[in-house]
Design a protein around this ligand. Structure first.
Ligand code: MRU
Length: 386
């Protein structure tokens, strides 16, 4: 079985799966300019922190591969690419993977030679590396996550565990396997998983539209709940299902471990604490921002009210088959009701038991903060300790 692919790429061609049409329609958009990449990300046709960074990097790589770059000196070419990257950085503000990818691309192209062609080639091959490395990273997160659960909660094939996850962190949010969903997939492959629960993830329904679809696609025994059912799930089914952990992804983990992730994550962490269930963040080191001291420094994206007052779904025909996707209004159009629609929230480090990266699982030290120096020693040393 081929895995789901959010992004299909070969040099000079990038296709991005339109996730707004899932699970009812499978349509790939061609993305060959920075504007198309920006639009794909800003409208959330592609979403998820690693996938955002990949599409921005490869979208610009395709544009550079296709057309001659304006300017005739190395300096003007570098300035042209820097401008394009700064533009792409504005597409979505909370996920830090894009900023980390941009910093990496800017540094690497400057080191790649002293001709215009070498700079462009340096950029393209670095963008391709970001894409290729992501899959390796996610497989390692899966392995470390499963090992952590075996060591901490005794998850084995004789003592299988159930996991709740939120939003979508699978193949659709990455170049493959996924982060939090990647740990679930690895647990399943190891025989350690009893059942996966996923939340609907209001208001944009990444859980019901994407994660439920991925879980079924992977043949993982799973149940969909609304976000408001988590407390009851823990209270009534924790023992029966051996619910051992909530595992979520991250858009930005800052220096002390405070974590921005999809709105609704924080309330799950509070509930997990109350019910004695472990709370794990699965995040590649590209989602870690060592320059921001704590969660107060994270910019939370607020999205338009229509994403809360309307839903997109497929109309069901009389015979049960589905028509194409349509938008439906579910709240009053009366402007006197104000709408607040933050896309992310911040879970304080004190509620998080482990941050599982591709270099290993990190736990809190005696000061209550996560010490990321062991998994990212160079970046830790380079960034000034607050
Ligand atoms: O608004 P989205 O769908 O981009 O939000 C996605 C999330 O919050 C994910 O949990 C996060 O980006 C990690 S994806 C591996």
């Amino acid at each position: 079985m081929t895995t789901l692919q959010a992004v299909r790429y070969s040099r000079g061609k990038l296709e991005v799966l339109d996730q707004l049409r899932l699970p009812h329609e499978f349509h790939y958009d061609d993305v060959s300019t920075r504007q198309e990449a920006f639009d794909s990300i800003a409208t959330m046709r592609v979403r998820g922190a690693p996938a955002i960074a990949i599409v921005a990097s490869l979208g610009l790589a395709v544009e550079l591969h296709k057309g001659p770059v304006a300017g005739d000196t190395v300096q003007t070419v570098i300035a042209h690419i820097d401008d394009a990257l700064d533009y792409l950085k504005q597409s979505r503000p909370t996920a830090v993977d894009l900023t980390n990818a941009i910093n990496q691309l800017k540094a690497r192209m400057r080191d790649s030679g002293d001709t215009k062609e070498a700079i462009v080639e340096g950029f393209i091959s670095e963008a391709e590396k970001i894409f290729e490395k992501d899959l390796e990273t996610n497989l390692a997160i899966g392995t470390y996550g499963a090992e952590w659960l075996e060591a901490q909660v005794g998850a084995t094939s004789e003592n299988t565990v159930s996991i709740l996850t939120h939003c979508n962190t699978g193949s659709l949010a990455t170049s493959g396997h996924g982060t939090a969903l990647g740990i679930i997939r690895t647990l399943r492959a190891n025989g350690q998983l009893r059942h996966a629960f996923c939340t609907e993830t209001r208001p944009y329904n990444q859980g019901s539209r994407l994660t439920a679809f991925e879980l079924v696609y992977e043949g993982i025994p799973s149940t969909l709940i609304t976000d408001s059912m988590a407390a009851s799930l823990f209270r009534t089914r924790k023992t029966e299902k051996n619910i051992a952990a909530v595992i979520v992804g991250a858009d930005r983990v800052v220096r002390n471990g405070d974590t921005a992730n999809k709105i609704g994550t924080y309330q799950l962490a509070v509930l997990a604490k109350h019910h004695g269930i472990r709370f794990i963040v699965a995040a590649p080191t590209t989602s870690i921002d060592l320059e921001t001291e704590n969660g107060d420094g994270i910019k939370i994206e607020e999205r338009k009210s229509e994403e809360l007052t309307q839903v997109t779904g497929a109309v069901i025909r009389a015979d049960g088959s589905v028509d194409e996707s349509h938008k439906i209004r579910i709240a009053t159009a009366d402007q006197r009701i104000q709408v607040w629609n933050p896309a992310f929230d911040v879970t304080p480090a004190e509620l998080i038991d482990a941050v599982v990266t591709e270099k290993g699982a990190v736990e809190k030290g005696s000061d209550g903060n996560f010490d990321f120096s062991k998994v990212m020693p160079e970046r830790w040393a380079k960034t000034k300790a607050p």
